[in-house]
Design a binder for this molecule. Structure first.
Ligand code: FES
Length: 156
């Protein structure tokens, strides 16, 4: 992250160490992950231990220490979704995107993740794309939704 970008985020939070969580959220929103070098700068500027920042960065699932794609695709593999075919959806996405869960496509377009039950089992099998829940999913439908997201983000 460029220094000027970080300065702007720090300034928006009054350079206060008590606002470190909000600062990390802004960095995550800007870069789609938390670059190590940026975290070191945050630690230095706010004068808080880097270990404390890493503790927060690894505690909250919303943060990622590795680059994420522009689109986050989460396949629920909890029991209800598993029974309704989550494995088949996951296989289709792995094959077409050529990544395993936890990985990002080479073009930085998609990050594939799995999760154990999102509490919406009535919608099983469930896939979440960029925070939007898509219930009663099929692998092929998930792929066309991804294509739609990609096309939409190209236009914007
Ligand atoms: S098992 Fe998928 S939402 Fe509960």
């Amino acid at each position: 992250m460029k220094s000027a970008q970080l300065e702007k985020i720090l300034k928006a939070h009054d350079n206060q160490s008590s606002n470190v969580l909000a600062i990390l959220q802004d960095i995550q929103a800007t870069k789609n992950y938390l670059p190590r070098k940026t975290l070191e700068e945050v630690a230095e500027k706010l004068q808080i231990p880097l270990a404390q920042i890493y503790h927060l960065a690894t505690f909250y699932r919303a943060f990622s220490l590795t680059p994420r794609g522009r689109h986050l695709v989460t396949v629920c593999t909890g029991t209800a979704c598993h029974v309704k075919g989550a494995a088949s959806i996951l296989n289709t996405l792995e094959r077409e995107l050529k990544v395993q869960p936890g990985e990002t496509t080479g073009d930085q377009e998609y990050t594939l993740e799995t999760v154990n039950c999102l509490g919406s089992c009535a919608l099983a099998p469930l896939v979440v794309i960029d925070g939007h829940y898509h219930g009663r999913m099929l692998g092929t439908r998930a792929l066309s939704l991804l294509k739609g997201e990609k096309d939409a983000s190209k236009k914007s």
